[in-house]
Design a protein around this ligand. Structure first.
Ligand SMILES: O=c1ccn([C@@H]2O[C@H](COP(=O)(O)O)[C@@H](O)[C@H]2O)c(=O)[nH]1
Length: 280
């Protein structure tokens, strides 16, 4: 069965559930705060709890692959279960693995996360374009075939990103703007929303010099622990704010392991995001 394109599925989820992405980031410090051991059993309990608390109510869940990979194959097995259970409970899943390599290797990364029969198949994948946007072509092609999406790192939330992303090219455009232009080209004519999104940090202040109108989703990490708030979103994203899905990881997760407390925090962020976006 051919799956509806990711952009259309995400638009519907954002409209029905509100535009919020919750991160599944099992930091060792959070496992300790939750009274769990820093081992595979702790990882499994943490991830199950986040899925139980959030997957039936948020548009997007974003497992951070690094925190699972650090436990080796058993951690990756927990990641597979987490993705499967989150999707079964109704959330879309973006795998935050930030893959990027020469095209021939990129094809294998794409198979790992975007082939519909892959054990880690996810609705979308974060990818790094810093081996050249064209190196991502195999992932773009497979995402189209599978009804999946990509989130391309364009303007990341960390201050160190500037030395690469703000570098100005010979044509006068900076690297981040160039990535946004590539994505706009991928999404031409797609309705209601293209499947090729950008990662643009909510921490970055006024982005009015960038054309964020890529007809695709803007995944905006940085809300919560990194200091941005939902109220910042209209100022940062301007008229593109309707397509923004802010991500909160530690800002929600530090309220666990109590499921009700996690849900309350998700509802609070969702309400604040909705209020900020509808006032814009
Ligand atoms: O520019 C980026 C891209 C990705 N991230 C990821 O988002 C979460 C943020 O976690 P918080 O706890 O809400 O700070 C994390 O998984 C990062 O790897 C990002 O922060 N910035």
């Amino acid at each position: 069965m051919i799956m509806e394109p990711f952009g259309a599925r995400l638009r519907r989820a954002m409209d029905e559930r509100g535009p919020l992405c919750v991160g599944i980031d099992p930091h060792a410090s959070l496992l300790a705060e939750w009274g769990l051991n820093d081992d595979v059993a702790g990882l499994e309990r943490f991830s199950r709890t986040v899925v139980e608390a959030t997957a039936d109510r948020v548009a997007l869940l974003k497992p951070q692959s690094a925190f699972f990979e650090r436990f080796g194959s058993r951690g990756v097995a927990v990641l597979e279960t987490t993705v499967r259970e989150a999707r079964a409970a109704g959330a879309l899943v973006v795998m935050d693995a930030k893959r990027g390599d020469i095209g021939s290797t990129m094809a294998a990364y794409a198979e790992s996360f975007l082939h519909k029969d892959a054990p880690l198949f996810s609705d979308a994948l974060t990818v790094s374009p810093y081996l050249g946007y064209g190196s991502l072509s195999p992932a773009v092609a497979l995402a189209r075939e599978s009804g999946a999406g990509l989130f391309v790192l364009a303007l990341t939330s960390n201050p160190e990103g500037r030395e690469v992303q703000h570098a100005v090219r010979a044509d006068g455009r900076d690297v981040g703007a160039t990535m946004l232009a590539h994505l706009a080209a991928e999404n031409v004519g797609e309705e209601p929303l293209g499947s090729f999104g950008a990662v643009v940090g909510a921490t970055l202040g006024d982005l009015s010099t960038y054309d964020l109108d890529i007809n695709g989703p803007l995944l905006a990490p940085g809300v919560g622990a990194q200091g941005a708030t939902p109220a910042d979103l209209p100022r940062v994203f301007g008229s593109a704010v309707r397509n923004v899905v802010p991500n909160v990881s530690r800002g929600v997760l530090r309220h666990g392991p109590d499921v009700v407390a996690l849900r309350d925090e998700v509802e609070r962020f969702a309400y604040e995001v909705r209020t900020a976006v509808s006032a814009a």
